[in-house]
Design a protein around this ligand. Structure first.
Ligand SMILES: C[S@@+](CC[C@H](N)C(=O)[O-])C[C@H]1O[C@@H](n2cnc3c(N)ncnc32)[C@H](O)[C@@H]1O
Length: 376
């Protein structure tokens, strides 16, 4: 089917609304949710209405054409009843992904070695037209698969990774190159295949710019938790003397270190550590080998930046945040943000609140909150 946005796929729950209707519905819902904490005007950051997703994952549907006896592949998703819904085109994915989808199917259908037991396809695309395609199979991949897949790489000018149980075959690279222009300055990033990246490039740039616009330059230091590949860390580092950034995922820390080098940034130290462990390290509850070359006492923090996963902050991290003069909190889940703000507003005042429509046509919305410590 050619759907309007996601059509009836279960991924998209607000597909029958216009762009402004679905956004307005989410704005009113969030204003109501947070009305007890603040009555300040929310900044609203809109998404493009089409072609805004730089990553996407589809199931693959496989049928035999009775006349030609050829295998026919389709992209597919589950609909609301969990039935398979075949998709011919998808207007929320980037133009690069949308243009590639039919071409890729044609190439994959040419040989059973490529199409047989192909289960899912993931796309990761940058605004500089770099494209990584992960083909996920329910069979072991051999060298003859590599030869055929390499030909598709060259023909379609993409990077391919083949995945199967306990197998990951990288034909050229396992990352894509991205350049983001933030406040008229170019920042370079390498996005790893299975590291976290923001799905809506345009909204991501506006989120970073919103944080920069609302953060005063300081001679003090920044503490960042849940830093991913340094998406906010690298542009924010220009506003602080030094930055200490922590993150649980090895892949993301590897990516953050590479991104730092790409931008010649030298005032950030990255630590692979969960937020909960970092709280223990700061309180000197136990020694950490990973900190043997890092002097935590040399930092003079005045700001904490946090962009946690959907579960929000744990109790100890929430308590740590209350000690900082400035708190910047980016959240992809308003429910856990609401729970965390219930505590944070006891010590801090909300000075800025933004809604970023990162996940247009779904129930989800990203929020940004800036809090300042209340003077006693
Ligand atoms: C919403 S992402 C934000 C990443 C980054 N700020 C960005 O914009 O790309 C949340 C990040 O938190 C990390 N994470 C999840 N649980 C964590 C924990 N308990 N401690 C530290 N990091 C964690 C994830 O690996 C992920 O990179």
């Amino acid at each position: 089917m050619n759907c309007k946005y996601f059509g009836t796929c279960a991924s998209c729950t607000l597909y029958d609304k216009t762009y402004d209707e679905q956004l307005n519905y989410k704005i009113q819902r969030e204003k109501k949710r947070f009305e007890n904490f603040t009555n300040i005007e929310f900044d609203i950051i809109k998404s493009s209405e089409k072609n805004f997703r730089n990553r996407a994952e589809f199931r693959v549907w496989w049928e035999k054409d009775e006349n030609s006896k050829k295998d026919i592949l389709s992209f597919a998703m589950n609909d609301f009843n969990k039935d398979i819904l075949k998709i011919d085109s998808c207007s929320i994915v980037s133009s690069d992904i949308s243009n590639l989808m039919p071409k890729l199917l044609i190439e994959l259908e040419k040989d059973m070695l490529l199409s047989f037991r192909l289960f899912a396809i993931e796309f990761l695309n940058s605004s500089t037209h770099d494209m990584l395609v992960t083909l996920i199979y329910h069979k072991k991949l051999e060298s003859d698969w590599c030869e055929l897949a390499k030909k598709i790489e060259n023909k379609l000018n993409i990077k391919i990774i083949g995945r199967s149980r306990k197998q990951k075959i990288i034909l050229s690279d396992d990352f894509i190159n991205e350049t983001l222009t933030i406040e008229n300055q170019e920042f370079k990033f390498a996005y790893e295949e299975n590291g976290f990246t923001q799905p809506n490039t345009n909204v991501n740039i506006q989120m970073i710019e919103w944080v920069l616009k609302n953060t005063k330059s300081s001679t003090k230091d920044l503490c960042e938790l849940y830093c991913g590949g340094g998406n906010f860390t690298i542009p924010l580092s220009k506003k602080f003397n030094k930055v200490l950034a922590t993150e649980i995922s090895k892949t993301s820390i590897k990516s953050a270190l590479r991104n730092c080098k790409l931008n010649n940034i030298e005032n950030i130290e990255f630590i692979r550590m969960s937020a909960e462990e970092f709280v223990e390290a700061l309180a000197e509850k136990r020694p950490f080998n990973r900190l043997k070359n890092i002097n935590l006492k040399a930092y003079d923090f005045n700001t904490i930046f946090m962009d946690p996963p959907r579960s929000g902050l744990d109790d100890t991290t929430r308590n740590l945040a209350k000690e900082f003069e400035n708190v910047i909190y980016i959240s992809c889940n308003p429910e856990t943000l609401h729970r965390d703000l219930q505590e944070l507003v006891k010590t801090h005042k909300i000075v800025k609140f933004a809604l970023f429509d990162q996940f247009a046509f779904t129930e989800h919305i990203e929020s940004g909150v800036i809090l300042k410590k209340i003077e006693n």
